[in-house]
Structure formats: structure tokens, C-alpha cells
Ligand binder design. Structure first.
Ligand SMILES: C[S@@+](CC[C@H](N)C(=O)[O-])C[C@H]1O[C@@H](n2cnc3c(N)ncnc32)[C@H](O)[C@@H]1O
Length: 246
């Protein structure tokens, strides 16, 4: 995702540290402490500005969600938008954070204390999901969402695609049996490649469509930012769901 460098991006996300997990592999081991319940954990890889995870967390609230984004400034925006959507305050005029009770936390100061607030069921992590998820324990995740990831279309780059068998094997390990991958893309070549990889993996294909917006899943679909842009340009959206058979 392209984004102009944010002013004070690092300080801004530091203020919202209580919504951010620096070590997601250990978050998995303390789900109840972090989220205040023991609901199953779902992960989105490459959340962008967080439109999908905000919608999903409200549509299916009986789960906990971790949204991973490798670009820090993009994750800052996703975390701030989530905080606003959950009534946790707003960016203050000076770039700090203002809680609903009026308390202002200035940039570069202490992290915002949300201990008196309901922080909801989403946390964010900055980093490369490939590295972060490799440290996750077996059977610790209920579902994985991958929306409009980089196609890595050039020859020789197949191993970098997030649906390459190397990644599918890792997802299979960290997902519970019966856990699912949900994958959307506008890129037909990447989609066909992904179907082939699922075929040789420990996943069973449960559902596929080459035209999500005209499918029976459209009414529960949560559009992402990229999805809106691509479909406005006339691209049809491909989606697959695959179930972990282990
Ligand atoms: C094309 S954008 C799509 C954003 C969003 N999912 C959407 O559909 O609007 C892909 C995003 O995934 C992030 N990303 C790509 N590879 C990643 C990885 N290995 N780990 C975490 N984030 C990644 C990029 O930084 C970018 O923000």
C-alpha cells in the first residue's frame, strides 16, 4: 500500500500502544488478559487501513482479531481509525490523542490509558506476517484473512506469494483443525495459482467464486479499500475459502 510518510507516525502509534501487540506470538498465549475473554483468535494479514477488520469485528463479535500490517504508518492509520470507531477518542489538535473524557495525551508522552474503556476485540501488530506467524504455537488460530495481497507476478517470485504452499503449510500448523483461510483478490493469475496451491496442501477447498459481488456470499461480504477501488474500475473479485484438514 502506498502512503505518504505520516508526520509523527511512530509517536502516534506509540500513544495507542494498548491496542498494539509488539509480540503477537506471546499475545496468543495470553488472549484472556489482552482481550478480556477466551474467544477464538482470527488473524488478518496485510490489513491496510483496517476497513475489513473493523467491519468483521462488528459482524462477528464473538471472536478476537489480530490485524498485521508491515508498514508502520499504515498500521498507525488502521489503529487510529479503529480507536475512533470504538469510541476511544480522537486525534487531538496537536497530533496527540484525546480521550472521550477530554484527557489529552501529547505526542511523545505516556501511552493513552484505556484501562477504564472497552477496547473491543481487535489488536494490531506492525511487522512481516510471515515472520510473526512463524512463531505462533500450533493450533492457536481460528481463521486467517488475506485480502488483496501483493501478487508478486514476476517469474521467480512465486515463493513470496502469501498463498504459496510454503505459507499454506505454516497456516495449517497454526490453525486449528477445521480452521479456515479466506482469500480475496482481483488478480486472476494469483487466484488460479492459489487454487493450485490449495489443491496440493492440507486444506480442502470449501468455496470459490470468480465474481464475489454477484455471488451468494455478497450480502455478508465486507469490502476492503482495495476491493472498492478495483471493483470501481470494473475488475471482478475472486474469493476462496479453504478448510484446514491437517
Ligand atoms: C494491496 S494492500 C491491501 C490492503 C487491504 N488488505 C485491502 O484489501 O484494502 C496489501 C497490504 O498488505 C501489506 N503486506 C504485504 N505483505 C505483508 C506481510 N508479509 N505482512 C504484513 N503485511 C503485509 C502491505 O503493506 C499493504 O498494506
Amino acid at each position: 500500500m502506498r502512503m505518504k510518510k505520516k508526520r509523527h507516525g511512530t509517536e502516534r502509534i506509540a500513544l495507542l500502544s494498548q491496542l498494539v501487540s509488539r509480540e503477537p506470538a506471546s499475545l496468543v498465549k495470553s488472549v484472556e488478559t489482552v482481550y478480556g475473554n477466551n474467544n477464538p483468535l482470527r488473524v488478518e494479514i496485510g490489513c491496510g487501513k483496517g476497513d475489513f477488520i473493523r467491519g468483521k469485528s462488528v459482524q462477528e463479535p464473538d471472536y478476537n482479531y489480530l490485524a498485521i500490517e508491515k508498514i508502520s504508518d499504515v498500521c498507525t492509520v488502521a489503529t487510529e481509525k479503529y480507536a475512533v470507531s470504538r469510541g476511544l477518542g480522537n486525534m487531538a489538535a496537536n497530533g496527540g490523542w484525546q480521550k472521550p473524557d477530554g484527557t489529552i495525551y501529547p505526542l511523545g508522552g505516556d501511552e493513552v490509558d484505556f484501562s477504564d474503556c472497552d477496547k473491543g476485540n481487535v489488536r494490531f501488530s506492525v511487522g512481516d506476517a510471515a515472520m510473526l506467524l512463524a512463531d505462533f504455537p500450533d493450533n492457536s488460530v481460528d481463521a486467517i484473512y488475506i485480502n488483496f495481497c501483493d501478487p508478486w507476478g514476476k517469474k521467480g517470485y512465486a515463493k513470496r506469494r502469501l498463498t504459496h504452499i510454503g505459507f499454506l503449510d505454516m497456516y495449517s500448523r497454526i490453525l486449528v483443525k477445521g480452521g479456515k483461510i479466506h482469500f480475496k483478490t482481483d488478480n486472476r493469475e494469483l487466484f488460479d495459482f492459489s487454487l493450485e496451491q490449495v489443491e496440493i496442501s492440507k486444506f480442502d477447498l470449501e468455496y470459490k467464486t470468480y465474481d464475489l459481488h454477484n455471488s451468494d456470499k455478497n450480502d455478508v461480504n465486507i469490502e476492503t479499500e482495495y476491493e472498492r477501488n478495483f471493483s470501481a474500475k470494473g475488475f471482478s473479485i475472486n474469493m476462496l475459502i479453504a478448510e484446514n484438514k491437517k
